[in-house]
Every structure is written in C-alpha cells, then in structure tokens.
Ligand binder design. Structure first.
Ligand code: NCD
Ligand code: ZN
Ligand code: ZN
Length: 347
C-alpha cells in the first residue's frame, strides 16, 4: 500500500468563489490545492460582461495569500440579451475561457439565465468561431419534471440538439450526476466533455435523508441513485479524457442551508483534492487520479499542463465542523469526519 502520492498540481474546472468577505474566506482553500480554476459567474448581479469579469478576476487575485500562485479562469454568465460582440471582447481579453449557460431558474442565482436556448443562437455561433468553451448547467427547469429526472431530460431536449446544431462548439457538461449523462458524453462527438464533483462520486441520494433531512447534502443537480454513482465512479476512474475534475465547491452560510428553504450547494474546496483521493482509493484507482485531476481538463481547454507537483500523505484528518465565512459560518463536506489522505505541509 502506498503512503505517499505525488501528482502534477491539479486544476479545478468548476468552482464558486463568491465575492467580498466570503470570497476571501474560501479562495485560500482553492489556491492551496489548485493551480487554476474556472470561476463560476453566478454572483449577484451576475458576471455578464468581459469588463465585470476582469474586475472580479482582480478581486480574486487580491484574495490569494502571499506565497501561493493561482490563476482564476473566467467565464461569462449567458443571458437572453448577451450581444454576440461580447464574445469578441471576451476572446480579446485573454482571461475569459468560456461562457456559462444557466437555464433560467435551474439553480442558485440563475434568475437572469437563459429562458430559451434559441435566443442565444448567434452568441453560440460566435463562441464556436472564436473557440470559447460553453459550460452548461444541464437541467431542464419545468416544474412538472421530476427533480431527479431534470438532467436526463435536458440531454434529450436541449443538449443533444445543441451539439448537432453547433458542431464545432466545444462544450463542458458540468457536474454530471447520472448514468445517462456518462453514456451521453462517452458517445458524443469530439469536443464534448464533463466535470464530475466529489459529492457525486462519494454519495448517493440516500445521504440526503439518512436519519433525518440533511441540508448539507443538498446540491444541484441533486444526488442520484447508487447506479448513477457507480457509473460516475467508472467514468472518473476509467482514464477517459472526456471526464475531469470540477469540484463545484459552492459555499453558502450555514443559516441559509439550515433553513425551511435551504440553498443548494456543498462546500468542498477545503478538501478539494483529498475528497477525490478518497473516491479514487475506494475504487482502487489511485493511479488514474492524476489524469483526471491534472491532465484531461487542461488538454480539453488547450492550456498547458501545470509543471509543479503536490504531495499527499496517508494520514487521517478531520475537517473542522465550521469555517468562518464573512461573519457567518460555513459547514464543509466531511465536517468532523475522517479523511484518509492529507496534503503535505498541512497539519
Ligand atoms: C451552485 C451555487 O451555489 O452557486 N449550487 C449547487 O448546488 N451546485 C450552483 C450550481 O453550480 O448549480
Ligand atoms: Zn450548476
Ligand atoms: Zn456550480
């Protein structure tokens, strides 16, 4: 049994860093582990322009602790009204690598999202021409569709036609949660990939209700069945470059989750690599972690792989019950529970 694991330094291809004081609470966790991260634009108000993304990027860089290197990769929040020439400005800026599609109403801060994909057709065409990546929260939003079926329905009604209509557009199906999504991505044309979160590798939907209702296991897309989890583990650990790391770390203040109408999102940045080590070790696939965490995402985004390394040691630790979060508390994944691997240099 190996007790030391040295990997090329990984990147997080999907993270929520928020803004202001709460951002300053979480950026050190991400920057400690990941060289780069795709920073989601669902702020209030959302990051809809290149200029706003540039200002947000600057605030993130200012929150990186001295001595750490971290590059935020920005993505613009698509709305029904984005002008196609915003894509030209985004490409010219250099720090924007894609645009994020939130179906209106699908998830946290998605109210200004896209109401009908047909409305952004010219924007998508321009993204394909200039090679900006489309990142997708893939769930339909119709009230009558069962919450556990919204991802699969999105594949059939939106995603499959979209990649045919825009054959050169490169697409990341974010935080996939179902066997159907795994199969769709595996069989899709070139230029289609997916991120997978640690929670969807480690838990199934029973976890939300084990012993009572547990709001810290509520995220969107919601946890699915054990069959789905199995398929996700096989995809992540199978060495297929279409699947790569995206934590979807999504911090919310404790009181907004422990609430009659609790927010969706799980916080994982404090153990953003360690949680995947746990999942890969349980699957007996530690040797496949480096590709998933540090190679395939960079290759898909046509960025160089990182050159530094990170080292993990088999040494149990327990994340704290809470972190400070801008005057409130943040409950992390595995709060008070044992994780088997720690980052070298940490206590
Ligand atoms: C995310 C958030 O809180 O911003 N929540 C979540 O449950 N994943 C939004 C998202 O990624 O859909
Ligand atoms: Zn999402
Ligand atoms: Zn997200």
């Amino acid at each position: 049994m190996t007790d030391i694991l040295t990997l090329r330094r990984p990147d997080d291809w999907h993270v929520h860093l928020r803004d202001g004081e709460t951002m300053r609470a979480v950026v050190p966790h991400t920057a400690r582990r990941f060289a780069r991260a795709v920073v989601m634009p669902n702020l209030k108000p959302p990051v809809t322009t290149t200029a706003l993304a540039g200002e947000y990027r600057r605030r993130i860089l200012d929150a990186v602790p001295t001595g750490m290197t971290f590059e935020p990769l920005m993505t613009l929040y698509l709305t029904d009204n984005m002008p196609p020439d915003e894509i030209d400005r985004a490409k010219a800026a250099g720090y924007v690598i894609g645009c994020k599609l939130y179906p209106a109403g699908a998830t946290t801060n998605s109210d200004s999202g896209v109401t009908d994909i047909a409305r952004i057709d010219r924007v998508l065409a321009r993204m394909a021409e200039l090679d900006l990546v489309l990142q997708i929260h893939g769930e339909v939003t119709e009230e009558h569709v069962d919450v556990f079926e919204r991802e699969q329905r999105f594949i059939d009604t939106v995603l499959a036609p979209l990649i045919v209509r825009h054959p050169r557009l490169r697409v990341v199906f974010e935080h996939i949660t179902t066997r159907a999504a795994v199969e769709f991505v595996r069989d899709a044309r070139a230029g289609v990939a997916a991120t997978i979160t640690p929670q969807h590798l480690l838990f199934n939907r029973n976890e939300i209700f084990r012993g009572g209702i547990r709001p810290h296991f509520y995220c969107l897309p919601i946890l699915k069945t054990e069959t789905d989890r199995d398929a996700l583990v096989a995809a992540a650990t199978g060495g297929d470059p279409r699947f790569f790391l995206g934590t979807d770390s999504a911090p919310h203040a404790r009181h907004t989750k422990e609430n009659a109408c609790g927010c969706a999102g799980m916080y994982s940045a404090h153990a953003g690599l360690e949680l995947y080590v746990e999942a890969f070790e349980r699957a007996g696939a530690l040797e496949r972690l480096e590709g998933f965490a540090a190679h395939y995402g960079a290759d898909f985004y046509r960025l160089p792989r990182n050159t530094e390394t990170v080292t993990l040691r088999r040494r149990e630790w327990r994340p704290p019950l809470t972190y400070a979060f801008g005057g409130a508390e943040l409950v992390p994944m595995f709060a008070g529970e044992p994780l088997r691997w720690s980052l070298e240099g940490d206590e």
